[in-house]
Write a protein of this length. Structure first.
Length: 280
């Protein structure tokens, strides 16, 4: 299978140059300094109310009526034990619950804007959750250097490769693969079926047949909604056949520039296996 960056050059959607390390480059530090931790906000303590003058004593307040005690549950007939009283409803503390940690979205702005750097990602996600290391995907099975978010958590892992490796700046490509639960613009995510992607695009698109080195790669969004994303980044996808597809069906979905609406393509039941985001 061709590496992800050569595939990017073929499809013409991402300007992805080779990211092989230059000879003689000074070694890079493994992590950037930890960002300044935000101080925990605390509500100011309430001050005591000023005492009223002695000449004007406060009128006596009537004691508040106490809520009547709840009568114990009556014992059922036949001498059985009484049913336990219902547990009181739990009070909500601190307002609404925060969104689930698994809900992670990439936008072509904010932490993943074109101006992003390794240092800005460390500030946004905490320096303990990012490292600069080697990843798969280079030409002929070689390794590439990348900033990796949550490297030890497959569901939160995200790889960011840089055009300027020395400064770890100028995003080359953002890679969502494996078991990652990150979502891309427009709601794109791993495991999404072909029909759902076609719906997001608003029309059929073209992809490589599954017999090619770049098999399953989108090569042309045909002017659909996924051809231009807010923030100026580009996206391409790699599809793989569904898990229960026969070899006979795969043999029919071959060649270059297949249309996603073709019956032979639909018969393979393709799903998204890799998302590549980058800037021109």
């Amino acid at each position: 299978m061709m590496d992800r960056f050569t595939r990017g050059l073929l499809v013409g959607l991402l300007a992805v140059p080779s990211a092989a390390l230059a000879q003689g480059q000074a070694p890079l530090q493994d992590r950037w300094p930890a960002p300044t931790q935000q101080m925990e906000q605390r509500a100011p303590a309430a001050t005591d109310a000023p005492a009223e003058p002695a000449a004007k004593p406060r009128p006596q307040r009537r004691p508040q009526a106490q809520a009547p005690a709840q009568a114990p549950a009556a014992a059922p007939e036949g001498g059985g034990a009484a049913a336990p009283a219902a547990a009181p409803a739990r009070r909500a503390a601190g307002g609404a619950k925060p969104a689930a940690a698994s809900q992670r979205a990439i936008a072509c702005s904010g932490p993943f804007a074109k101006s992003a750097t390794h240092l800005s990602l460390a500030s946004a996600f905490d320096s303990k959750n990012i490292t600069f290391t080697e990843v798969d995907g280079g030409p002929d099975g070689s390794k590439l250097n990348a900033s990796v978010l949550f490297p030890d958590d497959p569901k939160r892992r995200l790889e960011v490769l840089w055009k300027d490796e020395g400064e770890r700046a100028n995003i080359n490509v953002i890679v969502v693969a494996g078991q990652s639960t990150w979502t891309a613009p427009k709601g794109l995510k791993l495991g999404m079926p072909l029909a759902a992607v076609e719906k997001l695009n608003g029309k059929p698109f073209k992809l490589q047949g599954f017999d090619q080195d770049s098999g399953g790669n989108v090569v042309d969004w045909q002017g659909g909604a996924l051809a231009s994303l807010p923030g100026g980044c580009n996206v391409t996808l790699r599809f793989v056949p569904g898990p229960k597809v026969t070899d006979e069906a795969k043999a029919q979905a071959t060649g270059e520039g297949l249309v996603s609406s073709a019956a032979t393509v639909k018969a393979v039941k393709p799903v998204v296996a890799e998302i590549l985001l980058g800037y021109p």
